[in-house]
Unconditional design. Structure first.
Length: 173
């Protein structure tokens, strides 16, 4: 519904209105609360964007306020779970070795599935959450690193997991 045109139209009109308000306040001596008017217009714009759903553009790699299953794609290097529950299947995709994949969980629950046939180096960081690697090692606050057997940064897929007030489990499929 709202696209780049509507956004630029809003900001153009807002700047025009600000200019008119400043000129009328200075030259016509009309007492206009400029700052309050700008804030009110911004909140009206933000409300319209939220109601139409265009402020939270749905991306294939981001789950927000819902539950879903995501099959990884080579073009996507970042996956986000925000106030949601999601299963992210990395097992079927042939990611390039030595490249980083990032999975973020914020106030949600995530499960990542890996292939037993591939080598991984997984960096898990958790803040007031729970991150569980394929060996069952759990981290609640801090960082942990999991490496597949004989994995190095040259021959493994590197995965960075960040959990904030959430839960993340990593399992082999």
């Amino acid at each position: 519904m709202f696209n780049k045109f509507h956004s630029s139209l809003f900001w153009g009109l807002l700047l025009l209105i600000i200019g008119i308000l400043i000129l009328s306040s200075n030259y016509l001596h009309i007492p206009i609360p400029i700052f309050k008017t700008i804030v009110a217009l911004f909140f009206i714009y933000l409300g319209i964007r939220i109601f139409t759903g265009s402020i939270f553009k749905k991306k294939v790699n981001t789950v927000m306020f819902s539950k879903s299953k995501i099959d990884a794609m080579l073009s996507q290097r970042e996956y986000n779970v925000i106030f949601s529950s999601s299963e992210i299947d990395l097992s079927k995709t042939d990611f390039e070795q030595g490249k980083k994949i990032e999975v973020n969980v914020l106030f949600g629950e995530g499960k990542v599935y890996l292939s037993k046939d591939k080598k991984y180096i997984i960096y898990i960081t958790s803040v007031f959450g729970r991150g569980c690697d394929p060996n069952g090692t759990t981290i609640n606050f801090g960082s942990n690193t999991f490496s597949s057997e004989n994995a190095s940064s040259d021959n493994a897929i590197i995965i960075e997991i960040n959990v904030v007030f959430g839960n993340m489990e990593i399992n082999y499929k």
